[in-house]
Unconditional design. Structure first.
Lengths: 253, 189
C-alpha cells in the first residue's frame, strides 16, 4: 500500500501540513539520533503515528517489505563482515559493533519509511493542493507536484509502446553490453523527442486556463487549520533543532 | 531573479518524467546503470540551472512518493550538484559533441560520487538500494575497509552512469530538428 487511503482518523482530519510535518520530523529525527534505543523509540513513534491514522497494519507491512532488503544487506555488510569482537549466534559469528550499527541504520530506514507511508496514506493530495493554494503558493509549485504524477503513467505507456514497436522493427534487447547500450538510442530518442514536440501545445493549453497569471488563486475547499496544529508544527521544529544541537554537542564533546 | 516561466515548468515536468521513466527502459535492456539524471541534464542544457535544480529535486521527491522509500531523500543534494555541473557544461558547449560530452560525463561522475559516497557512508553505513551495495559488499568481503569499499563502488558506478547519461543527452540534442532547437535559447549559447 503506497498512497492515500480514505478514512476519518484524526490524521485524515488534520491539516496536511501537520501530517507532513510529523513525517518530516521522523525523517530528520532519524538522522539526528545515533543510539539503538533512541532510534527504536523513533520506530515506535512512527508506528504510533500510523496507528493514530488507522493505517498501522498496511503501512507496517509495506515498510517491512521495502526495508527488508536493506536489513539483509546491513547484516551482511556490518554483521558478518564487521570488525572484531564477535558474538556467536548459532552457526554464525557476528560483529558486536556491526550488529549495533546495523540496528541503528536499519531502524533509521524503517522509521522513515513507516512514517512517510503513514503520511501518504492519511494526507489527501487534493487537500494538500488546496492548502498550498490557500497559502498563496505560486501555481508553478502546485502544478509540478500535482501534474507530474498524472503525466508519468502516460509516459510509461508510451515507453512500452516504443519498446514494442522497435522490437517489431528488429531491435534486439539482448546481446553484449555494448549492443544493449546501442539499443538505448532507438528507445530513448523517440520517447524524449516526442515529449519535447508536445511542450508548446501543453504551454498553450495551460496558458489558456490562466496558469500563467500571477493573481492569487482562491482555494475552493481549503483544509481546516487550528492554533493547536500550528503549535504542534512549531514544537516539532524546535524538537528537531534540539536533537541536532544535542547531536553536534555530543560529537564535539 | 525571474520565476520559472510556464514553458520552463512544462520542461521541468518533462525532465522529471524522463528521470523516472528511463529506468524502465534501462531495466528492459538489463544495463548496469540507473541513468536517473538524464532528465536533469537535459533540462540544464535546454533551460538552465534553476529549472534543472527544480527537476532534480522534484524527481527525488516523486521517486520517494512512488517507491514509498523516503530514506533516500538526502541524495537530493546529488541531483542539485548534477544540475549545476550540467548547466556549466552546457554553457561551455560540452554537449555539442560526443568527444567532449563523455569526458564531461566522467567529470560529472567524479563530482556526483564525491557527494553521494559520504551520504551513503555516514547516513546509511554504505547500504543503499541496488547494485552499488552489492559492489560495496564484494569489496568489503575482499578485505577493503568500509569507507574505501563505499567510495570505490560509488565512483565506479557514477563514472559509468554519468558518462552514458551525458552521451545520451548529446545524442538527443543533436537529434533535435532545427525548428525545435531554435525554441530553446539556452542551446544557442
Amino acid at each position: 500500500m503506497i498512497g492515500y487511503v480514505p478514512g476519518r482518523s484524526p490524521l485524515h482530519r488534520a491539516h496536511p501540513y501537520t501530517t507532513l510535518a510529523l513525517a518530516g520530523a521522523i525523517l530528520l529525527g532519524a538522522f539526528a539520533l545515533t543510539g539503538p534505543l533512541a532510534v527504536w523509540l523513533l520506530v515506535l513513534a512512527a508506528a504510533a503515528f500510523a496507528a493514530v491514522g488507522g493505517v498501522l497494519r498496511a503501512s507496517l507491512r509495506t515498510a517491512l517489505v521495502l526495508s527488508l532488503p536493506i536489513w539483509v544487506l546491513l547484516f551482511v555488510l556490518h554483521g558478518l563482515l564487521g570488525a572484531e569482537p564477535r558474538i556467536v549466534l548459532g552457526p554464525v559469528a557476528l560483529s558486536a559493533a556491526g550488529v549495533a550499527r546495523a540496528l541503528v541504520l536499519g531502524g533509521r530506514v524503517t522509521a522513515i519509511v513507516l512514517g512517510f507511508l503513514a503520511a501518504l496514506a492519511t494526507a489527501s493530495p487534493h487537500a494538500l493542493v488546496e492548502a498550498m493554494t490557500a497559502d498563496g503558493v505560486p501555481f508553478g509549485r502546485t502544478f509540478l507536484l500535482a501534474s507530474t504524477l498524472t503525466v508519468l503513467p502516460r509516459m510509461r505507456e508510451r515507453a512500452v509502446q516504443i519498446l514494442e514497436a522497435q522490437q517489431c522493427r528488429g531491435l534486439r534487447l539482448g546481446g553484449s553490453p555494448v549492443a544493449r547500450l546501442r539499443a538505448l538510442g532507438p528507445l530513448v530518442l523517440p520517447l524524449v523527442l516526442g515529449a519535447l514536440a508536445e511542450v508548446d501545445e501543453q504551454v498553450l493549453a495551460l496558458d489558456a486556463r490562466g496558469a500563467a497569471g500571477a493573481a492569487r488563486r482562491t482555494a475552493l475547499a481549503p483544509p481546516n487549520d487550528s492554533a493547536g496544529q500550528r503549535v504542534l508544527r512549531w514544537t516539532l521544529l524546535v524538537l528537531v533543532a534540539a536533537a541536532y544541537a544535542w547531536k553536534f554537542r555530543s560529537m564535539r564533546g | 531573479m525571474r520565476p520559472l516561466s510556464l514553458r520552463d515548468l512544462v520542461l521541468v515536468r518533462l525532465g522529471v518524467a524522463v528521470n523516472l521513466v528511463i529506468g524502465q527502459i534501462v531495466a528492459a535492456l538489463l544495463l548496469p546503470v540507473y541513468l536517473d539524471s538524464v532528465g536533469t541534464i537535459l533540462v540544464a542544457a535546454l533551460v538552465g540551472p534553476r529549472a534543472a535544480i527544480t527537476a532534480g529535486l522534484v524527481s527525488q521527491i516523486l521517486n520517494a512518493v512512488i517507491s514509498g522509500n523516503f530514506s533516500w531523500l538526502p541524495f537530493a543534494l546529488v541531483q542539485v550538484v548534477i544540475a549545476l555541473y550540467a548547466s556549466a557544461a552546457a554553457r561551455l558547449g560540452l554537449f555539442r559533441r560526443l568527444a567532449t560530452a563523455v569526458p564531461a560525463g566522467l567529470g560529472m561522475g567524479l563530482v556526483a560520487a564525491s557527494c553521494s559516497a559520504p551520504i551513503s557512508y555516514f547516513l546509511f553505513g554504505g547500504v543503499t538500494a541496488g547494485g552499488v551495495t552489492v559492489v560495496t559488499t564484494v569489496l568489503r568481503a575482499l578485505g577493503a575497509p568500509l569507507g574505501v569499499a563505499v567510495a570505490s563502488a560509488s565512483f565506479a558506478t557514477d563514472l559509468l552512469d554519468k558518462a552514458i547519461a551525458c552521451a545520451l543527452v548529446t545524442v538527443l540534442l543533436r537529434s533535435l530538428p532545427r525548428t525545435m532547437a531554435a525554441r530553446f535559447p539556452a542551446l544557442a549559447r
